[in-house]
Design a protein around this ligand. Structure first.
Ligand SMILES: [Zn+2]
Length: 299
């Protein structure tokens, strides 16, 4: 893949070796140069075309979650809209722009921010999403509390440790010589087509997940998939694992209701589409699906 993948490139030291030490953690929160990324219902706070890093002491919002250390000091994520117990929190906002507060949706931020800032935004948003959705123990139902500066939550009653979860998703281009199979979901902007994708299930390898998903969504068989690249995808806590899978057998057909349409596109159609000179509409440049298509065009 020619360029770096959006949402990677965060340059922090995540300081794993210190996180069990409460005194060290307290010193980070009291550090004179402690700063925070603010993530909330409207998205993430930016300052022009950079991620905003506010002095931690100036923020009266939720419990600070330590992301890591840079050359200046500690960097935290803070939930801009913490909830009272029992309130159902939304996810960190993906769309829109609130100029008064400086908050922009994560997708807006992805197209705006430099590489390392977008990586930091993805880390902060995914971590805030996870903490928002895990206030209670999934084993016994009691409240959980933040430990290790945010790297885990522990149950007050049964002691179970809950670690921030990442959900693996395989995303793949099915290719056959000079054509590529793309699908379209009803909820997407008009005319857009993209790679097939789906969550990895228990008891299967990534390669098996690719083959199963393609069979489930398009009714075709593929040969051994080739790994291309991965992308953290904080909507809310996924990791996209990108493959190219050679078509082997079967005519593509819609198998389930997930896809509205499914069709082959030629290499020249996709090349024209990347220049916005004709259909189909492609996913945005910050999405790995678009990078997979550009990678395929170059091979
Ligand atoms: Zn418990």
């Amino acid at each position: 893949v020619p360029e770096e993948i959006t949402f990677t490139g965060e340059a922090l030291d995540r300081a794993a070796e210190h996180r069990a030490d409460p005194d060290w953690l307290a010193a980070q929160r009291d550090h004179p140069h402690a700063r925070a990324v603010l993530a909330g219902d409207a998205g993430i706070r930016v300052d022009g075309e950079r991620l905003a890093l506010a002095p931690l002491a100036s923020l009266g919002a939720g419990e600070p979650l330590l992301l890591g250390l840079d050359a200046t000091g500690p960097v935290f994520a803070v939930d801009a809209d913490p909830r009272r117990d029992g309130e159902r929190p939304p996810l960190v906002g993906a769309h829109g722009e609130d100029t008064a507060s400086g908050m922009v949706g994560l997708r807006t931020a992805a197209a705006l921010l430099p590489q390392a800032d977008a990586g930091l935004a993805a880390h902060a948003a995914a971590l805030v999403n996870w903490h928002r959705r895990h206030p209670h123990c999934s084993v016994c139902g009691a409240p959980t509390a933040v430990e290790g500066g945010g790297i885990l939550r522990r149950c007050d009653r049964c002691g179970t440790e809950h670690h921030p979860r990442t959900d693996p998703v395989v995303i793949m281009l099915v290719t056959d010589e000079d054509r590529v199979l793309l699908g379209r979901q009803r909820s997407w902007p008009a005319g857009r087509y993209s790679a097939l994708a789906g969550f990895v299930e228990h008891g299967e390898s990534l390669e098996e997940a690719v083959a199963r998903e393609v069979k489930e969504e398009a009714g075709v068989e593929v040969g051994p998939p080739a790994y291309v690249a991965s992308q953290p995808w904080p909507f809310p806590t996924s990791l996209m694992l990108g493959f190219i899978a050679p078509w082997r057998d079967g005519e593509p057909r819609r198998v389930d209701a997930e896809l509205e349409d499914l069709r082959w596109f030629s290499r020249s159609q996709i090349a024209a589409a990347t220049r916005e000179e004709g259909p189909p509409g492609l996913p945005p440049r910050f999405a790995i699906a678009r990078r997979l298509l550009e990678h395929w065009l170059e091979t």
